[in-house]
Design a protein around this ligand. Structure first.
Ligand code: SF4
Length: 768
């Protein structure tokens, strides 16, 4: 046997030949491309990582994707993409793709390939057996914001209406539940009001707990295109990349945002920077809110947030003087112990200053996952399909009629939230769990408990692209799923734009699209006829249109997938043009021209923007509440659940590390290019003063301990983190061994942004 020759910097013995790398004209307006990847056609689709929803031009050869570039014509990204988007095809080629169903062998304890017939028999027999022994509610699912809307809707309908289950949730609970509840309570519907053009039209942008430079780099590029020389205000405990670029940075103490935001409201009212006309015509509860924030004086707010008074005053001044002020938040707000009220404190600031419904304004939650918005509207978990309520008999009856199923198949009870499902695993109420496209054994807060409880389940099914995720490794059954690019459907991005996903690759082996897997399960379960109309993703999209009719998220004006493709995505609402809808079924029978008009300004249920490709909500000042008025919602702040003390004196913050990593790194970890863009080993950011106190050198291994577990990481000594705080990126396994399971009481979203830890040196320095 010959020994393979070793690659050197001078000569590579493996990889593409030089002739394949030589650049050649790519055609299709692509400029030059590597000769080995010259396309024979291109097509456009949206990216499958984050909620920005960039358009990507996929380069095809013989119908298969060989490469991609950002789409210059797509109204979201205007020809830009972050590293994840550029590398979106790489995870599909990973050698550890699940290519056949895998069943745990009771003798060897290992996972063994089986046929789909056998896998489906096991799935139905074992879940049905659990239901017959412990009740129909003893099975649950945990899904994802990463699959197509049509798939989420079919899954939710199948589980609740077909399989008789009740408890289900998705990893969107970990990122967007707060925004969902906050908007619903304040606006009457889960409706992020903005359009991305607002980044370019504001003269003051306030980012709270949001680091778009890293988390949403293309949206940051939109900010940089703003021609109005805007003031950028950043409120964040870490001096993030965005904070470094801010006009004003407020380094607030972790989880002090609620008293600070109430203090800002107090100061703006004291200065009479209130849009009284807007408040009186379009809101309810301002007088009570103004009385409530009386006690949140600037002194109190600054003391709570550990801020300098002059910075606080400057922030008030910028907001008061701004003509187009926009408020943006992300996980720093959503992942907190009082997150819903914090999000609403931002909404209150926008309402009282009349900063909503106009270009460059809004109380704007930037979503995380590529289809978190689809999940919020159509997953059938927290809300009944189309943003309806399970508790409403009228809503249940409407959905039953639209789907042609008996109304009594629709539960009137709400599902347990994610944390309650995990509690149910502990109490024995949940005996069987189906995990789809998510990895709670890494990502769930205090994940050690999840891992322990998952091991006790009677039956754990994981449906995923890979059989190697932390969760899949303890599954009884793994169902191999196709990934983004191997199936079709739609995603809804942060600005409510519905974009198209296309099948540009064959899934490996016997992997199937999630949609096809749900169809097979429906048939194997014996409820196939109930879902006959869900023939394929596009037929399911037509069902979603019917379900949206008359709702704030009405999309009956979108004709079909082709219409989305030709329009560069379409934002909801997009109802049928007047006089065109068929009220019985909510479908639009308009001519192509009339339907195209539906995607233009003026057709939105609540107003639209001044550009055909951009649709902003609330331009007419009418909200989705019964009386059309937005609500001021507020509540007294409370202490964090695990304050620091002498034994655990540091605050642990977690969040995104780089724009090359995504969540648990399940997919981004497969790209050799992306691997070069982030440290391979876990690191912890620590302030130089703290490092000196501990005698730490850069790169030195440290142990971070909480009451729940410990983690080793390399010290990254940086003044961007404040003394007394440490930051560990969420992408490295083990970080959630440390986190404390505290939840916002309204959204039940976990608080990943605060827990008490101890930090100690454990070895000598090594380079990062
Ligand atoms: Fe755009 Fe997000 Fe995809 Fe990056 S990951 S290309 S920002 S959609």
């Amino acid at each position: 046997m010959t020994t393979p020759k070793k690659n050197t910097w001078l000569r590579q013995w493996t990889g593409p030949l030089t002739s394949e790398l030589v650049r050649t004209p790519g055609g299709f307006g692509l400029g030059q491309v590597p000769a080995g990847r010259a396309p024979s056609a291109t097509t456009s689709m949206v990216c499958g990582f984050c909620s920005t929803g960039c358009g990507l031009n996929v380069h095809l050869r013989d119908g298969e994707a060989v490469n991609l570039t950002p789409d210059p014509a797509y109204p979201v990204n205007l020809g830009m993409a972050c590293p994840k988007g550029w590398e979106a095809l790489a995870p599909l080629d990973a050698p550890d793709r699940a290519t056949a169903p895998l069943l745990r062998d009771p003798v060897t304890g290992g996972l063994k390939p089986v046929s789909w017939e056998r896998a489906l028999r096991e799935f139905t027999a074992r879940f049905k057996s659990i239901q017959s022994r412990h009740g129909s509610q003893a099975i649950a699912f945990l899904s994802t914001g990463q699959i197509c809307t049509e798939e989420m809707a079919l899954l939710g309908a199948l589980f609740k209406f077909g399989m008789g289950g009740l408890h289900c949730d998705s990893n969107t609970r970990q990122c967007m539940a707060t925004a969902h509840v906050a908007y619903k309570e304040s606006f009457g519907f889960d409706a992020p009001p903005y359009t991305y053009a607002d980044f370019e039209e504001s003269d003051v942008l306030v980012f709270v707990g949001s680091n778009p430079c890293i988390a949403h780099p293309i949206l940051w590029q939109r900010v940089l295109r703003n021609p109005h020389q805007p003031a950028i205000v950043v409120l964040d405990p870490r001096r993030t990349e965005t904070a470094v670029n801010a006009t004003l940075y407020l380094p607030l103490a972790p989880k002090s945002d609620l008293p600070l935001l109430y203090g800002l409201a107090h100061a703006l009212i004291a200065r009479d920077a209130v849009d009284h006309e807007f408040v009186s015509a379009h809101t309810r509860g301002f007088a009570e809110f103004a009385a409530f924030v009386q006690e949140f004086t600037p002194e109190r707010a600054c003391a709570a947030a550990c801020l300098r008074r002059e910075d606080f005053d400057r922030c008030v001044d910028l907001i008061a003087r701004g003509r187009r002020v926009s408020f943006w938040w992300t996980m720093g707000v959503n992942q907190g112990h009082e997150s819903t009220r914090t999000a609403q404190a931002l909404i209150n600031l926008a309402l009282m200053t009349g900063s909503i419904g106009r270009p460059g304004t809004g109380a704007n939650s930037i979503t995380g996952q590529c289809n978190a918005m689809g999940s919020r509207l159509y997953a059938n978990a927290t809300s009944l399909l189309g943003g309806r309520s399970f508790a409403s008999a009228a809503d249940r009856s409407a959905v039953a009629d639209l789907l042609g199923i008996p109304a009594d198949r629709i539960p009137s009870e709400n599902s347990w939230a994610y944390d309650q499902i995990v509690d149910g695993m502990e109490s024995g109420a949940i005996r069987g769990l189906w995990v789809i496209g998510t990895n709670p054994a890494h990502s769930w807060i205090r994940h050690g408990r999840f891992q322990e409880l998952a091991a006790r389940l009677d039956f754990l099914v994981v449906q995923d692209l890979y059989a190697t995720t932390d969760t899949a490794r303890s599954a009884h059954l793994v169902l191999p799923a196709a990934g983004w690019g191997e199936k079709e459907g739609t995603f809804i991005n942060s600005e409510r734009r519905i974009g198209l996903v296309k099948r540009v690759r064959r899934a490996p082996g016997e992997a199937l699209s999630d949609f096809a897997i749900f169809q097979l399960i429906a048939r194997a379960w014996g409820c196939g006829p109930m879902f006959e109309a869900w023939r394929d993703p596009e037929a399911a999209f037509q069902i979603l249109k019917r379900l949206s009719a008359g709702q704030p998220c009405d999309i009956t004006g979108i004709r079909d997938f082709r219409h989305l493709d030709e329009s560069g995505g379409i934002q909801w609402p997009c109802p049928c043009p007047a006089g065109v809808p068929s009220p019985e079924i909510g479908l639009c029978h308009g001519t192509p021209d009339a339907l195209a008009d539906a995607a233009t300004p003026g057709m939105g249920a609540s107003g639209a923007s001044s550009q055909a490709t951009e649709r902003r909500l609330f331009e007419d000042g009418r909200f989705y509440t019964v009386d059309g008025r937005a609500r001021f919602v507020f509540e007294a702040p409370r202490e964090v659940d695990e304050p620091v003390d002498a034994e655990y004196p540091w605050v642990l913050l977690t969040g995104r590390g780089t724009s090359a990593q995504w969540h648990t790194n399940t997919r981004t970890g497969k790209s050799r290019v992306l691997q070069l863009l982030y440290p391979a080993e876990c690191y912890v950011e620590i302030h130089p003063a703290d490092a000196r106190r501990l005698g730490l050198r850069p790169g030195q291994p440290v142990r971070i301990r909480s009451r729940r577990g410990s983690l080793e990481a390399s010290a990254f000594i940086t003044p961007t983190i404040a003394p007394g705080q440490v930051f560990v990126p969420m992408h490295y396994d083990g970080v959630n061994r440390l986190t404390y399971p505290s939840f916002d009481p309204h959204s039940r979203q976990p608080s990943y942004k605060h827990c008490a830890v101890m930090v100690e040196a454990v070895g000598t320095a090594r380079p990062l």
